[in-house]
Design a protein around this ligand. Structure first.
Ligand code: 3HC
Length: 277
């Protein structure tokens, strides 16, 4: 498996693939990002060792199946290449164009996009039938779901191959069609957005909004805590994708999310979102 981009999602995908016995070729833009990404994979495996799920010997041998490079041509012999770069349509399209120059007719090319249309991203690819969305969830080694997104041109063969790779990675695979937000974010993000409205309107304190959903619905995290975990900016971007994709006012982003993003309060990664870290 080739993995382009070793950020939070890419390193989680790489770690999960390694743990399932898949050899991984990871590519990043430069050496600094590559070593940061490799450290994330190593930390993830060490976490598994600490929780007794992996021996330290096994963890080192898995790491030896990880090849690191800044040269995309190292994907040359991969059966599947997963793009996990920054969530922006232009960035993803240009990353996919580079992958497209390496990937042969028999190679599956997948994007881990959380909201960008797979059909849109397939534009310009030589083999759009081989292209599919593989939407993993954070933290990838822990979350059971793989949302497989079938673009307008994705072939049945590609769906079947991607499904079997996902299952090999220990995921429960759910196939969905390519409409804004797919299923996961079409359902999740309006909930987070509505929680932000409830806070903005002063209906309850942030801690209490989260407690309602944790204690009443058995969610592991409340919606505001989860927004911080995902990134408030990511949540806002996805609400905008739903709003512009469906042209339906029910998806209008909460102005509090807009203010928070403009203020740089994007959640855990910035040290503050709804909560301080
Ligand atoms: N990376 C790897 N493993 C992690 C982890 C991380 N960042 N965080 C926690 N874990 C592991 C722990 O090691 C532990 O494993 P173990 O059972 O083998 O010891 C297990 O997860 C449970 O962790 P903890 O006991 O430390 O903590 P919690 O029980 O509170 O669980 C959580 C942490 C798994 C993050 C849990 O709070 C949770 O499930 N939260 C919801 C996460 C969620 O909804 N993710 C999806 C976000 S949406 C998305 O990704 C899609 C995008 O398109 C927006």
């Amino acid at each position: 498996m080739g993995v382009l981009g070793l950020g939070t999602m890419g390193s989680g995908i790489a770690q999960t693939a390694l743990e399932s016995g898949i050899e991984v070729f990871a590519v990043e833009l430069n050496d600094e990002l590559l070593s940061k990404g490799a450290a994330r994979v190593k930390d993830g495996l060490e976490r598994r060792v600490r929780s007794g799920k992996l021996s330290s010997g096994k963890s080192s041998s898995l790491l030896s199946s990880l090849s690191l490079s800044t040269d995309i041509s190292s994907f040359r012999n991969c059966d599947i290449i997963v793009e996990a770069v920054f969530e922006n349509a232009e960035t993803k399209s240009s990353a996919l164009a580079s992958i497209g120059r390496i990937a042969g007719e028999g190679t599956i090319v997948a994007s881990n996009t959380s909201s960008i249309s797979i059909t849109l991203l397939s534009k310009g690819l030589k083999y759009p039938g081989n292209f599919i969305g593989m939407h993993f969830f954070n933290p990838v080694p822990v979350m059971k779901l793989l949302e497989l997104v079938r673009g307008y041109l994705t072939t049945n063969e590609t769906v079947e191959k991607a499904k079997s790779i996902g299952e090999k990675m220990g995921k429960e695979v759910v196939e969905v069609r390519d409409y804004p937000g797919f299923v996961s974010n079409r359902v999740l993000m309006p909930m987070i957005n509505e929680a932000a409205f409830a806070l903005m309107e002063g209906i309850a304190r942030k801690e209490d909004i989260d407690r309602v959903m944790k204690l009443g619905m058995n969610h592991p995290m409340g919606p505001l805590e989860l927004a911080d975990f995902i990134g408030v900016d990511v949540c806002l971007d996805i609400m905008n994708v739903l709003y512009s994709g469906f042209k339906d006012p029910k998806y209008r982003p909460c102005p509090l999310l807009v203010n928070m993003v403009n203020a740089g309060r994007t959640g855990r990664k910035s040290g503050e979102g709804f909560y301080k870290y």
